[in-house]
Design a protein around this ligand. Structure first.
Ligand code: GDP
Ligand code: IMO
Ligand code: MG
Length: 423
């Protein structure tokens, strides 16, 4: 079975937890887009691991974890992640594979990301990890890839070319002193030595695995509404986070994909700027943020919180070909008197039942809600669907009814054990 896991909201849905759980039955786990802007949390025996680049299946012995060609790799961040894992006693040698075609994040990408943000009238709220500028260079055909890192002659030539143009831009447009060739060259040769053992042709490896009927899990980063095409542009990331990105970003044909599972929080969160129709008012926003510990896994920034928005998730189901949903963090809604599900937006007398891409509607549209009664019981212990409070079951059934999709996994806590597989 080849399964894509994709976020259906604005990221941080709990993909890391689902990937970790499903990885047990898989052979390969592949990241296909994004970079170290991602922060995927896995909690095992009260120990928390946050993955930025390394696939969240790495904690399971014997699983091959690939960083696909569609990912943009910051070698500094990757080395740090490898070292943290090794220090925790997790052996990755022979199990971590990095595509030779993946693009490298360079020091100037990170600085440019931050400088551009300061100049924007409408800030995106970028994580500042250099993601946008690196993908821009890839599309501009001046990017530097992992394979170039292995060849000092090519690396030197490409870095020289890039710095020639970029240093002028840094000086003239941003009044920045620019970057030294020698410093970057030396730093990256060190990364080359450190990372060369992991770099290979992952698309060949994965296609061989498909032929051998191995099981591959594709790990989406970010979420559908941060996707460069289908997200709330320009308040998005710079990659194809939707399920289609899995094929482009790994070199596996679409006809080899068996299933797409969507991950959604039982409510909605967003970190960074941009429209958020079902966002809570400030006091309740803070209440849920504290209750759900909604702080960014990468930057620590407070996440904005809101009601479950079925208009968004419905669009995500359509765009990604989702046949099953995992609903996460249901426990955070525990104890609320009333729950709301956003079913449409209204703007200037017009009703929007499907996702409107017009920023004016998204910014000013009034969300219309279906209200439901909450549940008072603690959700800490349920392990089976029938143990859930009846209003929690009604809430889930209502979501299924609106979205016309099956909820197959319900998460009621961050640990592996706090997971219900719905019959
Ligand atoms: P990802 O980026 O989609 O992998 O999600 P993040 O790791 O950024 O954010 C999800 C957060 O919620 C992490 O801190 C998880 O440990 C936590 N989490 C996941 N599932 C649950 C759940 O069902 N209940 C609670 N309370 N926390 C959860
Ligand atoms: P995971 O994989 C939540 C957001 C940033 C910002 C916008 C652009 O953990 O779900 P970028 O650094 O890509 O230029 O930022 O996208 N963002 C995320 N939000 N989860 C993520 O990843 C995110 N990755 C980027 O906050 O608004
Ligand atoms: Mg995250």
């Amino acid at each position: 079975m080849n399964i894509i896991i994709v976020g259906t909201q604005w990221g941080d849905e709990g993909k890391g937890k689902i990937i970790d759980i499903l990885s047990q039955k898989m052979d390969y786990i592949v990241r296909y887009q994004g970079g170290s802007n991602a922060g995927h949390t896995v909690v095992v025996d009260a120990r928390e691991f946050i993955f930025h680049l390394i696939p969240s299946g790495i904690l399971h012995k014997g699983k091959i974890c690939c960083i696909g060609n569609g990912v943009v790799v910051d070698p500094a961040s990757l080395v740090k992640e490898i070292e943290t894992l090794e220090a925790s006693g997790i052996s990755i040698d022979g199990r971590l594979k990095v595509s030779s075609l993946a693009h490298l994040i360079m020091p100037y990408h990170k600085i440019l990301d931050q400088l551009r943000e300061t100049k924007r009238a409408h800030k995106i709220g970028t994580t500042g990890r250099g993601i946008g500028p690196c993908y821009a260079d890839k599309i501009n055909r001046c990017g530097i890839r992992m394979i170039d890192l292995l060849n000092p002659v090519v690396f030197r030539e490409k870095l020289k070319d890039n710095l020639k143009e970029k240093n002028e831009i840094f000086k003239k447009v941003y009044r920045h002193s620019g970057f030294s060739f020698d410093k970057i060259y030396k730093e990256y040769l060190n990364y080359s030595r450190r990372l060369s053992r992991y770099i290979c042709n992952t698309h060949l490896l994965l296609n061989r695995a498909v032929k051998e009927k191995k099981d591959i899990l594709f790990e989406g980063a970010q979420g559908t509404f941060l996707d460069i095409d289908f997200g709330t542009y320009p308040f998005v990331t710079s990659s194809s986070a939707a399920s289609g990105g899995a094929c482009i970003g790994s070199g596996i044909s679409p006809i080899k994909i068996d299933k797409v599972i969507g991950v959604a929080k039982a409510y909605t969160t967003r970190v960074g700027e941009g429209p958020f129709p079902a966002e809570f008012p400030p006091a309740f926003n803070k209440f849920i943020r504290d209750k759900g510990n909604e702080f960014g896994a990468t930057t620590g920034r407070p996440r904005r919180c809101g009601w479950f928005d079925s208009v968004m998730v419905k669009e995500a189901i359509l765009l990604n070909g989702i046949s099953e949903l995992a609903i996460m963090k249901l426990d955070v809604l525990d104890g609320l008197q009333t729950l709301k599900i956003c079913t449409a937006y209204k703007y200037k007398g017009k009703l929007f039942r499907s996702f409107p891409y017009d920023l004016e509607v998204l910014r000013n549209g009034r969300p219309l809600y279906k209200e439901m009664s909450g549940w008072r019981q603690g959700l800490k212990q349920p392990r089976h669907y029938q143990d859930l409070p009846s209003n929690a079951k009604k809430y889930l059934a209502q979501i299924e009814d609106i979205l016309k999709v099956k909820i197959s996994i319900i998460s009621v806590g961050s640990s592996r054990e706090e997971t219900i597989f719905k019959p």
